[in-house]
Design a protein around this ligand. Sequence first.
Ligand SMILES: Cc1cc2nc3c(=O)[nH]c(=O)nc-3n(C[C@H](O)[C@H](O)[C@H](O)COP(=O)(O)OP(=O)(O)OC[C@H]3O[C@@H](n4cnc5c(N)ncnc54)[C@H](O)[C@@H]3O)c2cc1C
Length: 407
Amino acid sequence: MDTDVVVVGGGIAGSALAATLAAAGVRVVVLERQEFYGDQVRGEGLWPWGVIEAKRLGIHDALLEAAGGDHVEWLVDYMDGDDPAGAEHEPIPLAAMIDGAPGALNVAHPLACRTLADMAAAQGAEVVAGVDRLEIGTGARPEVRFAANGTERHILCRLIVGADGRNSKVRQQAGISLERVRAAHLVSGLLVEELDIYPGRDVAGNGEDVFMVTFPQAGGKARLYLFYRDDRHAFNGPGGAERLVEASALAFIPRREQWAKALPAGPCRSFRCDDTWTDRPYVQGVVLIGDAAGYNDPLIGQGLALALRDVRALSEALLGGSPWDETAFDRYGTERAERLRRMRSVAKLYATETIDFGPPARERRAEIQKRIQDDPALLDGPLAMFLGPDNMNPEVASDDFHDRYFA
Ligand SMILES: Cc1cc2nc3c(=O)[nH]c(=O)nc-3n(C[C@H](O)[C@H](O)[C@H](O)COP(=O)(O)OP(=O)(O)OC[C@H]3O[C@@H](n4cnc5c(N)ncnc54)[C@H](O)[C@@H]3O)c2cc1C
């Protein structure tokens, strides 16, 4: 046995797990495909329940420092542009969602990955960057072959953890397939700079045919995501970034003219917002975490927090003193499947409400707001994304709740 655990993928989930295990004395090797962490257009907004998860893992302070030292306390929701002054006067209080979470955390994904990988290395994990030609062997004697820095390597281990993201090679090679709900909407994301008109506030709003969320970052930068139905053109190809900035300026939000002056500061990428999952994120010798094990619709921004929750669940299973066998992984898989089921339902609720455009959709949203006035428990629906699967009202994930919400 060359090492205890080989973690494939040094992203959020993989690096956080490696840091946690290495700190407990487990021998860990992390294999990361990228030579240097670059902008892959991934999540950069960690909601309050994810902040709590980061604290529980002991990685919060490092992420906060990488984020520039501030939490985001407010989310301004300009939906339908009916009352922009009211939206600014009464923003959604992210700092008041969960005890112990002083807000949300916006941190550039490459910076977060590097911070966590450095933590893993500081705890004694071997972190190998620029990994290519990865091949895994499952079973009682798991093994990994790969090339890095011009040499071929072969590692025997007790366990392989697949943390290599949504297009996971480990998942494919282990023969694990994902269930999928196909989404009727897409997302395009872009980092922009020279957009410091909403300092310290997340912003959501919509336009004639797009829904937009922005997460401000240190240095006047912001991560911009546009969601739209799949009958609309995507923002891929030449000029995509500029078209994205232009489209976001059309949203029903104030100060649109300043918005149009934002400058693209990274690649523009588009994704279908499918929800995927598996009830068995493992085979003998291999277990999956993070997006590799199935991912939630990016619309409700749960992926980072879910990845950290996976790290907590799996590290507790591995460090609890029980054998690293099917029983331990089955417990993790069952618990994870329920978490993903809940957040899938929350995403469906939110997508049905927001990714719908034109006058009838506007009217329906206005009716929902009236219903919430009469029945404040309905607010549990949209609040669930900030609270997460363990703290939310579980009834939100039921057909009954959806029926009441949409009446
Ligand atoms: C457009 C978009 C917007 C999103 N917005 C949000 C948001 O606002 N908030 C939120 O919480 N979540 C959001 N998410 C989800 C979030 O980005 C992911 O859930 C999260 O990054 C998952 O972490 P991970 O470590 O599992 O995967 P990743 O962060 O994707 O990391 C995977 C790592 O594995 C590496 N890798 C891949 N293949 C290999 C290989 N063969 N060998 C070795 N290494 C490999 C990659 O280089 C990468 O470093 C968004 C996702 C998308 C697509």
